[in-house]
Write a protein of this length. Structure first.
Lengths: 244, 296
């Protein structure tokens, strides 16, 4: 019941702000698709596939990351520091584990929703990619990892301005480097090593392989899961210490 | 057996025990070796000027902040963030309007009920009764961001008592409210006391503390200055205060009898005689007014 309460609050807010959430989830990915996919990369092929087909799984990974992260990080930071509604959870008889689980799961589900919006838009423009169960699973774990990161950031960072800085230094580099817009194979060796260490690389690479009919790579799922578990545990630890 | 019953009696009497708690922020002491006890079923006020350490103490008592040292017991159990059985036992109304702005009045109560694991049918009944009790029933479908300050505070209050706690903590419950809303809140608190709740609140309003509290704790610079029944504290200082200006500074003199104050006033010019209040107790003990931080 208590875990359900956390999800229920998120559901109510999601329903109330449905159009705002949906339109904002569409905006950047749509621009990326138009500018890089149909504009710049119209006649391009990458690794033997049309660029737009190469690009869309990357944008899905990117969109899942951004939405999951922001849905938790931005709101939780505001709830903790400004309107103080996070206090309601800290004073309620709900375990810290349930609070973190509820918020992270809600963030991951929002991420999946954003991913499906991109798939729908791509379909509208007759770009078909293969959607399978492992594809959805990878999107979900990607969402869990970044929703956990959002939760951790919201508790560690003590001002809204610093939240933006955190995004600039952590989320922004991943947006452009982790195989979303281009293959990291062409990068210099030492940068490639860093890129393959980052979670979004495994999300975009895994989703792309599955979207183009390739075999599911367990490594991608394992790396994302490890990130998720570590950040999730750090979030629980931080939640015990945090001052609302 | 005898020891056990004495222990039980003491436990029943003291709903909250604060023992030697300390809290510092960036090496500045906010609460300094504070100890006090609060009796079951009483209205207890933490009174002091801004920066006295009231809110810090409040936050430690509600597990929102961890003390650097010392212990806090609620109904015999040590307070801890992950201790569900203690949290079930108290309700909290914080100083901020901590209400989800995108949620409706009834949804805020529904969420609270779910967090406290209240059965759906009982929850529905409770929400109905509490909204009626607080005159918020007509506003149940309004988003909380569209409520007035007084209505928001009432909503926070009924939310805090929805799970039927034994203790109600309120941090400056009437700060920023108009006089009518303030009196509404006072009436609600008195009503709750009649139902057996222990009410603990912080305030810097003298009138509020005098009208509501069975007992108060005067705090200054994180320390306990005095604890007692408001009337007794005032009586000890003197029931009458003579205010007079000396070298451009307002000075207060305290007298037990009205005649004594009149005799004193006769010898001076520009004097004001009035009944003493808790602010006078505070002045007598600290040389500081409650309303500001300046020494008099």
């Amino acid at each position: 019941m208590r875990f359900k309460a956390v999800l229920w609050e998120e559901w109510i807010v999601f329903k109330r702000k449905f159009w705002k959430i949906t339109s904002s989830a569409m905006m950047s990915p749509l621009l990326y698709m138009i500018a890089f996919g149909w504009g710049m990369g119209k006649d391009m092929t990458v690794e033997g596939t049309p660029y737009i087909v190469f690009l869309i799984p990357g944008i899905i990974a990117l969109s899942t990351m951004n939405t999951s992260y922001s849905a938790v990080a931005v709101l939780l930071n505001i709830h903790r520091l400004y309107d103080k509604t996070f206090e309601q959870y800290l004073i309620a008889p709900i375990s810290i584990y349930q609070i973190v689980s509820g918020k992270v799961l809600a963030g991951a589900l929002r991420g999946i929703y954003a991913g499906f919006i991109i798939i729908a838009v791509a379909r509208l423009f007759a770009v078909n990619i293969i959607i399978s169960l492992p594809f959805i699973l990878l999107m979900f774990v990607n969402g869990l990892a970044f929703a956990s990161l959002g939760f951790y950031a919201a508790l560690v960072v003590n001002s809204h301005a610093d939240m933006n800085r955190f995004s600039t230094y952590v989320i922004m580099p991943m947006t452009f480097l982790c195989g979303t817009f281009f293959s990291p194979e062409k990068m210099p060796q030492f940068i490639k090593k860093i890129i393959y260490f980052l979670p979004l690389t495994h999300a975009s690479q895994g989703l792309r392989t599955l979207a183009t009919g390739g075999n599911f790579k367990m490594t991608n799922l394992i790396v994302l899961s490890i990130y998720f578990i570590i950040i999730f545990l750090l979030s629980i630890r931080q939640c015990y210490k945090v001052t609302a | 057996m005898i020891i056990r019953s004495i222990y039980t009696m003491t436990k029943e009497k003291n709903m909250i025990e604060v023992l030697n708690i300390n809290k510092s922020f960036n090496e500045k002491k906010a609460v300094d070796n504070l100890s006090f006890r609060i009796e079951q079923g009483s209205i207890f006020g933490l009174l002091g000027p801004n920066g006295a350490g009231k809110t810090t103490t409040f936050r430690m008592m509600t597990a929102l902040l961890k003390q650097d040292s010392g212990n806090i017991f609620i109904d015999g159990k040590k307070i801890d963030r992950d201790e569900d059985s203690i949290k079930k036992n108290f309700g909290v109304v914080s100083q901020h309007f901590s209400l989800q702005s995108e949620m409706k009045v009834w949804e805020i109560l529904e969420l609270h009920g779910m967090l406290h694991n209240i059965n759906k049918k009982i929850r529905k009944n409770k929400i109905y009764n509490l909204l009626k009790f607080s005159d918020l029933y007509a506003d149940r479908d309004k988003l909380s961001k569209n409520l007035s300050g007084g209505m928001k505070r009432k909503l926070m209050l009924i939310r805090a008592i929805m799970h039927e706690p034994n203790i109600l903590f309120l941090d400056e419950p009437t700060a920023g409210l108009d006089p009518i809303s303030r009196r509404d809140i006072w009436a609600l608190l008195k009503e709750l006391k009649k139902k057996g709740l222990t009410v603990v609140f912080t305030t810097h309003y003298i009138e509020e503390a005098e009208k509501l509290c069975d007992e108060i704790l005067l705090m200054h610079k994180g320390k306990k200055i005095k604890k007692g029944i408001p009337k007794d504290l005032i009586k000890k200082v003197g029931n009458y205060t003579v205010e007079t200006y000396e070298k451009g500074k307002l000075q207060c003199y305290f007298f037990k009898a009205h005649k004594e104050s009149l005799d004193f006033a006769e010898k001076r010019q520009e004097v004001n005689i009035r009944k003493s209040n808790l602010e006078d107790v505070f002045i007598k003990l600290t040389d500081v007014r409650l309303g500001d931080k300046n020494e008099i």
